[in-house]
Design a protein around this ligand. Structure first.
Ligand code: G4P
Length: 535
C-alpha cells in the first residue's frame, strides 16, 4: 500500500476540510462573472486594487495568439483556480470559461466544485447559458447561491426577477436582502434578517473597498435620494417580504432553495455581505461517488480525480499541467500515489497551487483543494483517479457528443512532426477529438468538436505553441456514431452514401452523418449493427 510519509492526524484533516469552500461562478457572458470574481478577491484581501486580474490577463494575452484571441473576444478560455483565505475559511474559486462554445470544459469544472454562485444581470434575468449551466449544477445536486448583479443600472423589478428564477429554474428563490433603488439611485441593500440597511459610497474607479454605513429604512439619505413614489414602493415591497419564505440553510444545501443577494459587482455594493454569507452557508467538501461507493472527504485517505488538463500554461516551460480535485484526505508533497487506470505508482514531487496565472509549489493540501500536477511525461487523462489507498475509480465525468466536424490541413508540410504532437496533446486535454478518414487518399485529420469556437482555439494554439500553420475545411456532417457489429456487415455498409467512415485514436470505427435522421434510417436498415454515441 502506498501512503503519506507522515502519519495524518484525523482531527487536523477534519478541521481543514470543514473550512474549505470550493465553488465556481456560473453566468451568461457579460453578466459580470469576471468583475464579481475580482471583487471577491478584493474583499478577500487577495488583491489590493481591483483591475489587477484583468490587467494581468491582458499582459499575459500579449504573449501568444491564443491569449490574444482570448483578449480580443473578451472571453476567458483557460480556467484558472484562485485560492484565498477569508474569515477562517479557505476559499477555492474555480473560474469557468465564459463562452458558450466552451461548455464542455465548463461542465468538467462544475464536476470539481461543491457549490455554485449564479450571477444574473439585473436587467436581463435568467439567460440561456445560465440555464444550461444551472442544469448541470442541478444534476449534481449542488447548492446554488444567486447574486443579482448590475443593480447600479436600470433593473427589472426584483419581484419579477425572483419569479423568473422560480418559473424557469424550478427552485425556490429566497431574497436575503432587498435592493434600495436601482440605476443611479441604487444606494445599497436592506438585510432581511437584521432589518438593517447597508448603504455604500462609491470609490475611485471602484478599485477599493466601498465605505459602508449601517442604518435603518427611515434614514434621511434614502428619503432624499428616492422619489416619494419609489420610497413608498420600497416600503410596500419590504412589507411583502414577510410573506415570502425565509432562508432555510438545509433547503439551500439540498438545492431546493437558492438564497438571492442583490448588488453591484462593479461598484462593490453588497459584495461583502454576499461573501460573508457564502463562506458561512456554502457546504464544505462533500463525498464523491466511486466504484467503491461514496468516498468520505475526511475519513478516507488521499484521493482525487483529474478534471482538466492544460498544455503550455507557461510558454517558457512548455509543460502540461493536470488539475486534480482532491476528494478525500490530506495530500503531502512527494507523496507516492496509485494511478489505477495504468496501474502505475507515481511520486508527486511538484504539486502546484494556483493564483490566477501564478503558481507556487505547495507542501500540503486537503479535500476540496485543487492542485496542479505537471505531467513530466506521464499520461494523465481527464477523469483519471489518483489514490493513496487501493484501486478504485471516481464516477466518470459526463461527456458531450461532438456536433461540428472539419478537416484540418497542415499548410507547412515540414512541420508534420510538431503537428502530430500538438494534436495529440490537445486531444488529451479534451479540446477536441481527432478522427482519420478511412479513405487513405485523404490524410488530413478531421477535428470533432462540441462548439465551433474550439476550431479556432485548436488552430490558434497549434500556431502559438507548436509553430504549426493550418487551414480548416468545414464539413457538413453533424453527428458521429461509433459503429459496432460483425466485421463483414460493417465492411459492406453503404459507406459512400451519406455516411463517412473514419477511425478514432482508439481504433474504433466512427461514422459521420449529416443528421440524426440518417442515423435512424441506417440503424433500422442494419439491425445487426449498433451506432453508439461518441463522447
Ligand atoms: P463576464 O465575465 O460575466 O463576461 O462579465 P464581466 O465581468 O467581464 O462584465 C461584463 C461587462 O459588465 C463589463 O463591462 C463590466 O465592467 C460590466 N459590469 C460587471 N458588473 C457590473 C455591475 O455591477 N454594474 C455595471 N454597471 N456594470 C458591470 P465592459 O464595458 O464590457 O468591460 P470594461 O470595459 O468595464 O472592462
Amino acid at each position: 500500500m502506498t501512503q503519506a510519509e507522515t502519519p495524518v492526524d484525523p482531527a487536523l484533516v477534519a478541521g481543514e476540510v470543514a473550512r474549505r469552500r470550493t465553488f465556481a461562478i456560473i453566468s451568461h457572458p457579460d453578466a459580470g462573472k469576471t468583475t464579481l470574481t475580482e471583487k471577491l478577491l478584493l474583499y478577500g484581501n487577495a488583491i489590493h486594487l481591483a483591475g489587477a486580474v484583468r490587467a494581468r490577463r491582458n499582459q499575459r494575452s500579449a504573449t501568444s495568439d491564443w491569449m490574444e484571441m482570448e483578449r480580443e473576444r473578451g472571453i476567458s478560455i483557460t480556467s484558472t483556480v484562485l485560492q484565498f483565505p477569508y474569515n477562517g475559511h479557505i476559499v477555492n474559486l474555480l473560474d469557468t470559461p465564459g463562452h458558450q462554445d466552451f461548455s464542455e470544459d465548463t461542465y468538467r469544472t462544475l464536476m470539481a466544485v461543491d457549490s455554485a454562485v449564479m450571477v444574473l444581470d439585473a436587467a436581463r434575468g435568467v439567460e440561456a447559458q445560465t440555464r444550461k449551466l444551472f442544469e448541470v449544477c442541478r444534476q449534481r445536486g449542488i447548492p446554488i447561491f444567486t447574486f443579482i448583479n448590475k443593480m447600479d443600472r436600470p433593473a427589472l423589478d426584483p419581484l419579477a426577477l425572483l419569479d423568473e428564477i422560480e418559473q424557469l429554474l424550478d427552485m425556490e428563490p429566497v431574497p436575503i436582502n432587498w435592493p434600495i433603488g436601482d440605476g443611479e439611485s441604487f444606494l445599497g441593500v436592506f438585510d432581511r434578517a437584521s432589518e438593517q440597511v447597508h448603504l455604500y459610497d462609491r470609490t475611485v474607479h471602484n478599485q477599493t473597498i466601498s465605505p459602508e454605513y449601517i442604518t435603518t429604512l427611515d434614514d434621511p439619505r434614502i428619503r432624499q435620494r428616492l422619489s416619494d413614489s419609489r420610497y413608498d414602493d420600497l416600503l410596500v415591497n419590504i412589507g411583502l417580504l414577510d410573506e415570502l419564505r425565509g432562508f432555510d440553510p438545509e433547503a439551500t444545501l439540498a438545492a431546493r432553495q437558492t438564497p438571492v443577494y442583490f448588488g453591484s459587482a462593479l461598484t462593490n455594493f453588497g459584495v461583502q455581505l454576499f461573501l460573508d454569507d457564502f463562506v458561512t452557508f456554502a457546504p464544505a467538501p462533500g463525498a464523491y461517488g466511486s466504484t467503491r461507493g461514496a468516498v468520505d472527504p475526511v475519513t478516507q485517505p488521499f484521493s482525487g480525480f483529474v478534471f482538466k488538463i492544460q498544455a503550455n500554461m507557461d510558454p517558457r516551460h512548455r509543460d502540461s499541467v493536470s488539475f486534480l480535485r482532491i476528494c478525500s484526505g490530506r495530500f503531502e508533497r512527494s507523496m507516492t500515489v496509485r494511478h489505477p487506470r495504468t496501474g502505475a505508482e507515481i511520486r508527486l514531487n511538484r504539486p502546484y497551487r494556483f493564483f490566477a496565472d501564478e503558481r507556487e509549489v505547495i507542501d500540503e493540501a486537503f479535500a476540496g483543494d485543487i492542485i496542479g500536477l505537471p505531467s513530466g511525461g506521464r499520461d494523465f487523462a481527464i477523469g483519471d483517479t489518483l489514490t493513496s489507498d487501493g484501486e478504485f475509480h471516481f464516477d466518470p465525468i459526463p461527456r458531450f457528443p461532438p456536433e461540428h466536424f472539419a478537416r484540418l490541413v497542415l499548410t507547412d508540410i515540414g512541420k508534420y512532426k510538431q503537428f502530430r504532437k500538438g494534436l495529440e496533446q490537445l486531444e488529451t486535454e479534451g479540446a477536441m477529438q481527432v478522427l482519420h478518414e478511412a479513405d487513405a487518399s485523404r490524410r488530413d485529420p478531421i477535428l470533432a468538436v462540441v462548439g465551433v469556437l474550439q476550431f479556432d482555439v485548436v488552430r490558434a494554439r497549434l500556431q502559438a505553441e507548436y509553430n504549426v500553420p493550418t487551414r480548416l475545411e468545414p464539413m457538413s456532417y453533424g453527428v458521429a456514431r461509433i459503429v459496432e457489429g460483425p466485421a463483414a456487415v460493417v465492411e459492406l455498409l453503404p459507406w459512400a452514401y451519406g455516411m463517412l467512415r473514419t477511425t478514432d485514436n482508439r481504433g474504433q470505427v466512427v461514422a459521420l452523418f449529416r443528421s440524426e435522421f440518417e442515423v435512424g434510417y441506417y440503424a433500422e436498415k442494419y439491425p445487426d449493427v449498433s451506432f453508439k454515441l461518441v463522447y
